[in-house]
Structure formats: C-alpha cells, structure tokens
Design a protein around this ligand. Structure first.
Ligand SMILES: C[S@@+](CC[C@H](N)C(=O)[O-])C[C@H]1O[C@@H](n2cnc3c(N)ncnc32)[C@H](O)[C@@H]1O
Length: 273
C-alpha cells in the first residue's frame, strides 16, 4: 500500500529521520512517497490526496512530530484523523472504578502486567495504565502502530505525561502470531473489531477508519484469540473481552462475569487452573 507523506520543505528531513527510526525500531513494513509543499491549507491538502493508498500529513509542534491521516469522504470533504492523547487528560486523571467500566472489570493495581492485544488508538491502554499497571500494546496495522509510537514520543516530551508513557510499550504484530511466554500477564485485554451487524454508525471517525482498515475476526480466529489470550493470562489473572452490548459472545464462549453499560460490555474469562 503506497503511503504518501505531505510535509513542508524544511520538515522533510527531520520527519524522514523520525519515521525511519520508528520503522527500524518496530520492524514496520512501510515505505513512503513524499509530497512536499509550502501550502498546508485544507484546500491545498484536498488536491494533494491520492486516490490510491494512504495519505499522512506531517507537521511539527513544539519540536515534536504530529501525524494526521487525511481522507476525502464521498462528498469530497477533507477528513482528518489523528491520535491526540491530550484530549484524554481529564478522563485519565479522574479514571477510577466508578468512572471507567474497564477498571471495574480489570480491578488492576500498580505494577500489574497487562497486554492490550488489539491496541487501536490506544485509549483503553491509557486508561488501564492510569492505575499504575504496565501495559504492552500490540497493534497489527503498521500505520496504526507507527502512529501510536509517534504519539507516545510526543507525549513523552511533557513532564506530567512521562510517568504514564514509561508504563506503555508499543509493539507491531499480529497477536495470533506473536511468540509470548505462557502466563506472562495479569490481564489480557481483547477489543477486536466489532461484528459488522453490531457496528454502530455513530462511532467516531477514528473507529470508522479502523473499520475500513481491518476486518472483524472470523469464528475460527475468535476461538484462536480467546485460546491464546487464556494461555497468556496468569492463573490468578483474567482475559477481558470488549463487545457491543448486543453482540454474541466471542467464540460463543460463556464469560464467568460481565460488566455492562447501555452500549458495551466487558466479558471476563478466567484461565483454567
Ligand atoms: C476496535 S480497535 C481497538 C480500539 C482500542 N481498544 C482503543 O481504545 O482505541 C481494534 C484494533 O485491533 C487491531 N487488531 C485486530 N486484530 C489484531 C490482532 N490479531 N493482533 C493485533 N492487533 C489486532 C486492529 O488493527 C485495530 O486497530
């Protein structure tokens, strides 16, 4: 898939250096084509977006790189999607078992080991790490994995985010293919793409983008996801699966407990002793 990166003439070199460092470090199968312009207005960006492949806008803010995915919708309107963990600050600072269903479900304490096997935009990883837990974030889409790492680097420049950032480690790869040692984690969290029938068109543009990029797992993949997650959870640990409220259970497996609100639920599975 060709990836076009739009940036200003004086930002090509620093952007290229950062992207290459991330590609090498995470072993990402990515290659870029550069579109250099002085005019980063929406009108100019609108004309630069290529019909095939993916277009990223690279800008620098306070000496740090910020990437935005650019798309045109059916009406030709420019849609910008970016990770912006700043926006989660209030939610993270106030996160607790009362405010966050996922924390009620996980009952995490500091220093616990969590694997977020389907990291996406990383929002739930941040909430899980707000407890003091260490969260390994795994993402199988190379561009998404790159966006996560670059966002982590950007936030790591801010003093009050450094503690949280130091508890996140971001990896690229398919959970089903990754060689992990058994029983390594206290919590394994799975949030695979929702089944098409329960996809709510009201979800944000970020999630709509993920629905274009990745498919929900097949039934055999659902079995494999749950099996592998259970094998990686410590005997006193658990697997947490996020589902839309009305979606069938992952791999048709009955959870031992469920935490639900009016839109979603977190199903808990305990590893066999
Ligand atoms: C629904 S999103 C997760 C959203 C995430 N919980 C958040 O807070 O932003 C699912 C993500 O998991 C990734 N994914 C799906 N299957 C995967 C697998 N087998 N291994 C690693 N990542 C996977 C997809 O690329 C997608 O980015």
């Amino acid at each position: 898939m060709p990836i076009h990166v739009i940036t200003a003439p004086d930002k090509k070199e620093p952007t290229q250096n950062v992207l290459q460092m991330v590609i090498d470090d995470m072993a990402l199968p990515l290659d870029f084509e550069w579109l250099i312009t002085d005019n980063l207005s929406n009108k100019s960006l609108n004309h630069l977006i290529k019909p095939a492949g993916l277009t990223l806008l690279a800008v620098w803010q306070n000496e740090t790189l910020h990437l935005t995915i650019l798309q045109l919708n059916a009406q030709g309107k420019l849609i910008k999607t970016a990770l912006d963990w700043h926006k989660l600050q209030r939610r993270i600072v106030t996160a607790g078992r009362k405010s966050e269903l996922i924390l009620q479900a996980s009952k995490l304490d500091a220093d616990k080991r969590v694997l977020d096997a389907t990291a996406g935009f990383g929002q739930e990883s941040l909430i899980l790490a707000s407890t003091g837990a260490n969260v390994m974030m795994l993402e199988c889409h190379p561009v998404m994995a790159m966006l996560l790492r670059i966002e982590q680097m950007r936030m790591d420049n801010e003093k009050n985010w450094q503690g949280l950032m130091s508890r996140l480690s971001i990896r690229y790869g398919d959970f089903l293919q990754m060689p992990f040692a058994d029983k390594r984690f206290d919590v394994v969290y799975l949030d695979p793409m929702f089944p098409d029938s329960s996809f709510d068109a009201k979800v944000g543009k970020g999630m709509q983008l993920l629905h274009e990029w990745t498919q929900p797992p097949s039934l055999s993949e659902e079995f494999a996801l749950l099996d592998k997650a259970l094998s990686l959870a410590d005997s006193s640990g658990k697997v947490i699966v996020k589902r839309p409220l009305s979606a069938p259970n992952l791999a048709s497996a009955e959870p031992s407990q469920t935490f639900a609100n009016d839109a979603i639920r977190f199903d808990i599975y305990k590893p066999l002793l």
